[in-house]
Each structure stands twice: as structure tokens, then as C-alpha cells.
Write a protein that binds this ligand. Structure first.
Ligand code: GUN
Ligand code: FE
Length: 432
């Protein structure tokens, strides 16, 4: 397949809005795809000249062709939790989220929702996501089976949780350990699947389960670990009461060996300096979930301040469905921008698109495969139309620069701006 259009991909984190060294932009670009990989990338005429066999040519002009979006944190069993009317995190979990997740013990339900889950990702231009399943192995099986069927690069894990939740949502330290091992054996490396070790958060794991998690992390040092950290003041208070020996919330995870460079911590809104230093030293990732943080009233994540520290913290960005309110990474970064505005900071559009693509890929240590349009990487691609709606088209009449176009897409765009999503070189959106 030969794609033609305006190619945009990042090579490093942008230092300013005028940092044209941070990205590659080809106004009439060509992208040659073979066997799910990008095999040529550059000016259309040059790429076209190299095509030997007959390639199917798809002309996406005047649209933008970018690496597919990466969503670093969301919950597969929360598709029907979205838009639950709760005052705060703990009320939202207990009233809506835990009861809903209980339903995923049924394979048929998990399989049905998995189908919708991947449809929704693809419709929104997301080609890789890092997901929490429910506590039930059935939910992880449905999640990975559907990813395999669609040949998507996905990261996920069954949550481990053995207290402070309804009976139907509890495993035990041994069960969490055994089932996670089974899931790793059955799914990790199968197709493009990656299994993540997934203790939900310290409130729902006993010290014994945290030890089981530590054992898994030691046995499988290459796997990602994902959990939640420092999202809400009541949560932080309750957590620290449960682990009185720890000096703070982050220290709980550190004590169980979970603070490493493959660890993805959702939220991290209210970290102390000590905690941010500890995360920086360990190379752990703070995953910003702006729509969720606003929706649940959790707080304003200091994205710019964390990146500017003497010891900067690695950053990811994510929807956090169903605490989050949109599957769209465009909507997500619009809210991220507004949060920085409220903090008196500027998040420029180059940075936003860097985070959605290469930034998240780097924070996942997967930048050799995804988040770029480099030759040799996976052909996971999104095609964007900044004039997708009448109001956007009207604004586009006065847009002059690439950063302005990106900012318009972020500010007004959603799934309507996604022209096509390619997964491993195959047009996945039009196949839905
Ligand atoms: N903390 C523990 N579980 C969850 C969850 O499902 N969503 C959010 N936003 N925070 C959590
Ligand atoms: Fe979450």
C-alpha cells in the first residue's frame, strides 16, 4: 500500500512552538507499507519511484498522516461506567464502577464489550492502548483475544485486588499471582499483545498481595507494571492509613519493588517533591488523564512543572475511560491544555501531539515499534482532517501554519476528524 498525504511525525520532544527540529513534515509525502510495516517514507515522488511491485495507492491529500495515537491508561470494563454522576473518586468507584466490573466474570459479556472497545479506539484514531481489565481472567482473555483478531499492539492486565471491594471483585494473593502468570503464558507476545502486571491500587491490595505483585515483577522484569497513584485527597489519606509504615503513597509501591522504569502510574496529581524525585530517579511514568481528573474533580496535574524539574518525571497521556469522558486523544489533549491554562502554564500544540504519539511510545519503551513514521516501524497510522465539521472548515479558512492547524484539530476535533485509522497497514476504521 502507498499512502499519499501530508506526513507529520516527531523525532524528539519539542522545546517550543517554533522548534521545527522536533518533527518531520512532508507536505506531499509518501508512505509505503508492506507486511504491516513502514518500508519507505519521504517525499511522494521519491517513494513512488522506489515502488517496484504494483502497490495500491490511497490518496489522502489534503489530510494529515500521523502515527496512530497511543492511550496510556484506560479501563476496558468501564465502557458503561462513562457518565456516572458521582461526587468524587471513591464514591464513583463504590457506587458505579465496582458493581459494573462484576459483570465481567461472564465471558459472553466480556467478549461483547471487547468488540465495542476496539471499535471505539479505532474510530478515534487510537492504535495502541494500555488497559486495565477486571479482576476476572475471563475479561483479560476477551481483551487479548480481540486484540489478536485485530492485530493491534495492546498492553493490558487483569487487575489484582483482594480487599475493599465487593466479593465478586476480589481475588486472593495466590489467585492474582497464578492467574497473572497464566495470562502471561497464554497471551504475552502472542500477536502484538503485551501483558502488564496490574495491581489496581494500594487501597484494594493487602500487603500480602503487594508481595505477590513484587514476586511477579521480579520474575518478569521486562513486563510493564500499571497502577494508580495520588489521584484524590481522600484516596491518599485512606491509602496512607492502610500502610502506616510507608512515608508517603509513592513509598508504598517502592517498598514492594514496584517503582521502576516500566511502571506506569495513573494520575500522580498531588505528588510531594520527594515523591516526584523518587519517580524521576526510578524512571517511572506519571500518566496524565485530564478528562478524568476534571470529571471526578480530582485536581490539576502539574504536567509542565513535572517536566521542568531538575529531576524531570517521564510523562504519559491517557483517557482513563470510564473516569475519563472521551475516547478521543484530541479531546483529551484539549482538556490537558485547559488544565495547564488554569495552572498559569502553556502547553503548546507540538507538545500535545508529541505526547499522543512519540512521547507516549517512549514512555512505554516501545518507540522502536510505534509512535513514529520511521522506516521499520509498525504501520499504525491515523489520517486527520482539520476541516471535518462546518465550524472547523470555516476556521481552517484562516489557519496559516501547521501548529495552528494542529491546535484547531485539538480544540474542536473528535472522532469526526479521523478520516482513517490503519492498524498494521490495514484500513481498520473503514472495516468497522
Ligand atoms: N483508582 C483505582 N481504580 C480506579 C479506576 O478504576 N479509575 C480511576 N480513575 N481511579 C482508580
Ligand atoms: Fe484509571
Amino acid at each position: 500500500t502507498l499512502l499519499r498525504g501530508r506526513l507529520l511525525s516527531f523525532v524528539k520532544a519539542p522545546e517550543s512552538l517554533t522548534d521545527s527540529e522536533s518533527y518531520r513534515y512532508e507536505t506531499d509525502g509518501g508512505l509505503l507499507i508492506n507486511n504491516g510495516l513502514i518500508v519507505e517514507s519521504g517525499p511522494y515522488a521519491e517513494v513512488k519511484a522506489k515502488v517496484t511491485a504494483d502497490a495500491v495507492e490511497i490518496d489522502h491529500r489534503p489530510h494529515l498522516i500521523m502515527p496512530g495515537f497511543i492511550d496510556m491508561h484506560l479501563h476496558f470494563p468501564q465502557m458503561q461506567v462513562i457518565a456516572s454522576y458521582a461526587a468524587n473518586l471513591l464514591e464513583w468507584l463504590n457506587t458505579y464502577t465496582f458493581p459494573e466490573e462484576c459483570r465481567f466474570v461472564e465471558s459472553a459479556h466480556a467478549q461483547r464489550i471487547a468488540g465495542h472497545f476496539y471499535d471505539e479506539l479505532v474510530r478515534h484514531g487510537t492504535t495502541t492502548a494500555v488497559a486495565y481489565c477486571s479482576v476476572h481472567k475471563t475479561s483479560a482473555d476477551a481483551f487479548f483475544a480481540e486484540a489478536l483478531k485485530r492485530n493491534m499492539r495492546m498492553v493490558g492486565g487483569k487487575v489484582m485486588m483482594d480487599r475493599n471491594a465487593p466479593q465478586g471483585l476480589l481475588d486472593t494473593p495466590q489467585m492474582g499471582y497464578d492467574e497473572t502468570r497464566q495470562i502471561i503464558a497464554e497471551w504475552h507476545g502472542k500477536g502484538r499483545n503485551h501483558v502488564a502486571i496490574t495491581p489496581r491500587f494500594a487501597i484494594t491490595s493487602t500487603p500480602a498481595q503487594m508481595e505477590a505483585t513484587q514476586a511477579l515483577a521480579r520474575e518478569f522484569p521486562d513486563l510493564h507494571i500499571q497502577t494508580h497513584l495520588s489521584e484524590n485527597h481522600d484516596e491518599i489519606k485512606f491509602t496512607c492509613e492502610l500502610y502506616p509504615e510507608a512515608i508517603d503513597y509513592t513509598d508504598i509501591y517502592a517498598r514492594y519493588g514496584l517503582l521502576g522504569d516500566k511502571t506506569l502510574f495513573g494520575h500522580c496529581i498531588h505528588l510531594s517533591d520527594r515523591e516526584a524525585d523518587a519517580m524521576s530517579e526510578a524512571g517511572s511514568v506519571a500518566v496524565h488523564c485530564p478528562t478524568s481528573n476534571l470529571f471526578l474533580g480530582s485536581g490539576l496535574f502539574p504536567l509542565k512543572a513535572l517536566g521542568r524539574r531538575e529531576k524531570p518525571v517521564r510523562i504519559g497521556v491517557a483517557t482513563d475511560i470510564g473516569g475519563g469522558s472521551s475516547y478521543s486523544m484530541l479531546r483529551t489533549m484539549d482538556e490537558a491544555y485547559k488544565i495547564q491554562q488554569l495552572l498559569g502554564e502553556r502547553l503548546n500544540p507540538l507538545e500535545s501531539y508529541y505526547h499522543m504519539t512519540l512521547g507516549n511510545a517512549r514512555s512505554l519503551s516501545l518507540a522502536d515499534r510505534i509512535g513514529t513514521l520511521d522506516v521499520g516501524s509498525d504501520a499504525d497510522i491515523v489520517v486527520l482532517n482539520a476541516a471535518a465539521t462546518p465550524a472547523m472548515a470555516l476556521k481552517m479558512e484562516v489557519v496559516k501554519t501547521l501548529p495552528e492547524e494542529l491546535f484547531l484539530l485539538q480544540t474542536m476535533g473528535d472522532d469526526r476528524a479521523i478520516v482513517e485509522t490503519y492498524v498494521a497497514g490495514v484500513a481498520a476504521k473503514s472495516a468497522i
